[in-house]
Write a protein that binds this ligand. Structure first.
Ligand code: 13P
Length: 253
């Protein structure tokens, strides 16, 4: 995959099935007549995937899950495998979100397994990294994102690494209304790209899509997306209403 502009929504644990299908339908009609300067992805709960896939068929919207298991199949009650996700029509999966790391104990090793298995099943991971507030205050953000990359994705072949999208999401900016400034985002995105270059070479680094996430909305998207190393956004709260999400997408216009 070469570098792309992407705006991806992460609905998190919001919306009933009916509400989610209605949102997908609203978004599809809102985008129908528009010329888009980015790819658009929506990341829904598992239960929405198949219905939303049917709703957005033939549209410009692609589909993502928010998680997938580190096991292929079998006696893992409550888990959903990458093959199951893929069979709904989804092409992406968000992995390594800070909420999964913090509340569900997802370690570097578990995430390494999840990424490998997702790729094996032809799902493209949107792999999230980012530091906590205390880590930012201590000036440790660079070492934190470096460890997250080394711990879960720098084991990949260059070919496989080329299939993943990175999302830098500072935990202190998620759902807090406290966005990283565009300069803060640019600085760490450029650092992340330099790490990819050191590991995989300049071409792979240049082709890597790096999204920003954390209180990104229609008001601040244009400034963030205007930065050289910010290739789009991973959007939580502002992806829950079609109008708000379209506003973010228009940050590329
Ligand atoms: P908010 O946009 O609600 O801050 O969430 C960001 C996020 O976590 C997306 O994955």
């Amino acid at each position: 995959m070469s570098r792309k502009n992407i705006v991806a929504g992460n609905w998190k644990m919001n919306k009933t099935l009916q509400e989610g299908v209605a949102l997908a339908k609203d978004l599809k009609s809102a985008l129908a007549g528009k010329t888009l300067n980015c790819e658009v992805i929506i990341g829904t709960p598992f239960i929405h995937l198949a219905s939303v896939a049917a709703e957005i068929a033939g549209s410009k919207i692609a589909l993502s899950a928010q998680n997938s298991a580190n096991k292929e199949s079998g006696a893992y009650t409550g888990e959903v495998s990458p093959a199951q996700v893929k069979s709904t029509g989804a092409d992406f999966v968000i992995l390594g979100h800070s909420e999964r790391r913090a509340y569900y104990g997802e370690t570097f090793d578990i995430l390494k397994e999840k990424v490998l298995l997702a790729l094996k099943n032809d799902l493209k991971p949107i792999f999230c990294i980012g530091e906590l507030k205390e880590e930012r205050e201590a000036g440790k953000q660079n070492e934190v994102v470096k460890a997250q990359l080394e711990g879960s994705v720098f084991n990949l072949s260059a070919e496989d690494f080329g299939k993943i999208v990175l999302a830098y999401e500072p935990v202190w900016a998620i759902g807090t209304g406290l966005t990283a400034t565009s300069d803060q985002a640019q600085e760490i995105h450029a650092y992340i790209r330099s790490l990819v270059a050191a590991k995989y070479g300049a071409q792979v680094a240049d082709d890597t899509t790096i999204l920003y996430g954390g209180s990104c909305n229609a008001k601040n998207a244009k400034e963030l997306f205007g930065k050289a190393d910010v290739d789009g956004g991973l959007i939580g709260g502002a992806s829950l209403k079609a109008e708000d999400f379209v506003g973010v997408i228009e940050g590329f216009n």
